[in-house]
Design a protein around this ligand. Structure first.
Ligand code: NAP
Ligand code: ZN
Ligand code: ZN
Length: 351
């Protein structure tokens, strides 16, 4: 298979900073499109993977799975996109397409293992997949999203992961009017969770460790704010929430948040800290509570979310950075110092 060498940003080991390197992309096959990347969001999963916090990172690693760009080439059998179209790519670039989950449009739960945008085996080449911190990407059209032309493109990039990862569980747990919904951790995922829960009609309660985010939380759509470091505030809100979405990237006491649920309430975790989180049986037994998880969303559901955002003009709150600032952005992510998603202007890599 023919390949093309392009510029990217990535890392050779778990302990080194990210730097410019060269990678190979396949030439478009019949069902592929080639996308010139304009913007790529910076997800905390990029950092977890670059530093091998979940194990299994193959180096070199090129992160990035919140990709927005324009189509520059289409394969001979491509029917959904034309050259010049806007296009989005999220966390997956392929799946088995045959298992029960794939057939239900839940490719994120593919039982034979889907192909992630980075750090998965590349089906056509003898190498791993490389993400969006790069000039271009080649993807099967079935895993490419249509982007509403009306939205700010840089601020739309984070919808491809942070957006769908919060949208999907809010839909699955039927969030809507008459529900009090807690969103824990107001970073990239959490701030989208607040916007979506509000748009779905819920009463939204932000639960944050950062007093400095309180004013923003109201602007994002929060009806109430709980400072989780204040024991009194946490105690006063015991048993008040129907559903909690936990978007925290680091170690935290899950039992303290389970206490906020009403009887029969559910806490779904999407945050993926490096180490296990101990859960006390007695955080769940009295009150018949559920502790659940969720990952990204299927392609069909991602398109529905993007169309909804187009109709309601919902995008992320972002800080645009050049590619060369990525290592500093990672340090700021670790300090919770993000308002509320870093997005890379990919022009900075091409120059
Ligand atoms: P992020 O922007 O860094 O936000 C994480 C937020 O968590 C911080 O802003 C902070 O919010 C809160 N936080 C940090 N340390 C904390 C601590 N020790 N205790 C309590 N709260 C703390 O990260 P992100 O990109 O939104 O990603 C969040 C997590 O979701 C990551 O682990 C990521 O890998 C994971 N993720 C999972 C999926 C999935 O499919 N399940 C998809 C994408 C990302 P406050 O300042 O408000 O406290
Ligand atoms: Zn992500
Ligand atoms: Zn499958």
């Amino acid at each position: 298979m023919n390949t093309v060498q392009i510029k990217a940003f990535g890392t050779e080991t778990s302990t080194e900073d990210l730097k410019q390197l060269f990678i190979n992309r396949r030439e478009v096959t019949a069902k592929d499109v080639e996308i010139d990347i304009l913007f790529c969001g910076v997800c905390h999963s990029d950092l977890h993977t670059a530093r091998n916090e979940w194990g299994g990172t193959i180096y070199p690693n090129v992160p990035g799975h919140e990709i927005i760009g324009r189509i520059t080439k289409v394969g001979s059998n491509v029917s959904k996109f034309r050259v010049g179209d806007l296009a989005g790519v999220g966390c997956m670039v392929d799946s088995c397409r045959e298992c029960e989950s794939c057939k239900e449009g839940l490719e994120q739960y593919c039982e034979n293992g889907n192909t992630l945008t980075y750090n998965s085996p590349e089906k056509h080449l003898n190498q791993q997949t490389f993400g969006g911190y790069s000039e271009r990407v080649v993807v099967d059209e079935d895993f490419v999203l249509h982007i509403p032309e009306t939205l700010d493109l840089a601020a739309t990039a984070p919808l491809l992961c942070a957006g769908i990862t919060t949208w999907s569980p809010l839909k699955h747990w039927n969030v809507g009017p008459d529900m009090k919904v807690g969103i824990v951790g107001i970073g990239g995922l959490g701030h989208m969770g607040v916007k979506f829960a509000k748009a779905m009609g819920a009463h939204v309660v932000v639960i944050t460790t950062s007093a400095s985010k309180a004013d923003d939380a109201k602007r994002l759509g929060a009806d109430e704010i709980i400072l989780s470091t204040d024991k009194e505030q946490m105690k006063n809100n015991t048993g008040t929430l129907h559903f909690i979405l936990d978007c925290v990237s680091a170690q935290h006491d899950i039992n303290a948040y389970l206490r906020l649920l009403k009887r029969d309430g559910s806490l779904a975790i999407v945050g993926a800290p490096e180490h296990p989180l101990p859960v006390a049986a007695f955080s769940l037994i009295p009150g018949r509570k559920s502790f659940a998880g969720s990952t990204i969303g299927g392609i069909k559901e991602t398109q529905e979310m993007l169309d909804f955002c187009g109709q309601h003009n919902i995008v992320s709150d972002i800080e645009l950075i050049p590619m060369q600032d990525i290592n500093r952005a990672y340090e700021r992510l670790l300090n919770g110092d993000v308002k509320y998603r870093f997005v890379i202007d990919m022009e900075s890599l091409k120059n």
